[in-house]
Design a protein around this ligand. Structure first.
Ligand code: HEM
Length: 171
């Protein structure tokens, strides 16, 4: 590629992104006593998204309106907790130079915003009649939300366990 830089006698390849100041600064700033708030808060939207789909399936199976109401509460709470998790993640992304510099962190942001939009749509749709909303579009939206939340969570784990973003430097 034209913009790749070469250095030294052996023409060693240099990654210009890795050369940016603060590239190695990846430690969490949005944290309580060093424990990242984002990692603590993501469990709620993940679990509530799965609960929404389960409640929709139970409504489909039993016809009991209780499950349609449970699904509406679950997806509403999932959306609001997801927004909270999203704000803490976005603050981390913008404030920590080593996180901001990595493309993978921005990829995670795009997947997560897609998820939050789907959760918001799924909740808003049910506010106009939580029972009639379930079949077929509510449950279909919930199935898509489960797939996207699984992808978001897996990708977030990749940021932490592969790239070590948000973690303290090894001692
Ligand atoms: C909307 C904006 C979001 C941004 C910018 C963002 C950013 C990040 C960042 C930078 C990390 C690395 C760890 C850290 O620095 O705390 C991370 C981890 C993670 N994210 Fe997000 N995130 C967002 C939303 C979400 C949402 C909505 C979910 C799931 C519902 C999610 C799931 C995860 C998971 C599971 C991890 C791994 C946590 C761990 O294992 O410690 N993220 N995210």
């Amino acid at each position: 590629m034209a913009d790749q830089k070469f250095k030294g006698e052996n023409e060693q390849l240099i990654d210009p992104v890795a050369e940016q100041p603060g590239f190695d600064d990846t430690e969490s700033r949005i944290a309580i006593l060093g424990h990242p708030i984002h990692a603590m808060s993501v469990a709620f939207p993940v679990a509530l998204t799965f609960c929404t789909f389960a409640a929709d399936l139970l409504y489909w199976w039993t016809g009991d309106p209780f499950w349609a109401r449970a699904a509406m509460w679950a997806v509403g709470a999932g959306f609001l907790f997801g927004m909270f998790a999203g704000f803490s993640g976005t603050a981390e992304l913008l404030l920590v130079s080593g996180i901001r510099a990595r493309a993978a962190a921005w990829t995670h942001f795009i997947i997560a915003v897609t998820l939050l939009s789907l959760l918001g749509a799924n909740w808003g749709y049910r506010l106009y009649g939580y029972e009639t909303a379930v079949l077929p579009y509510g449950i279909l939206l919930s199935a898509v939300c489960v797939a996207v939340v699984a992808f978001t969570g897996w990708h977030g784990g990749k940021l932490v366990f592969d790239y070590r973003l948000g973690t303290a430097k090894g001692s």
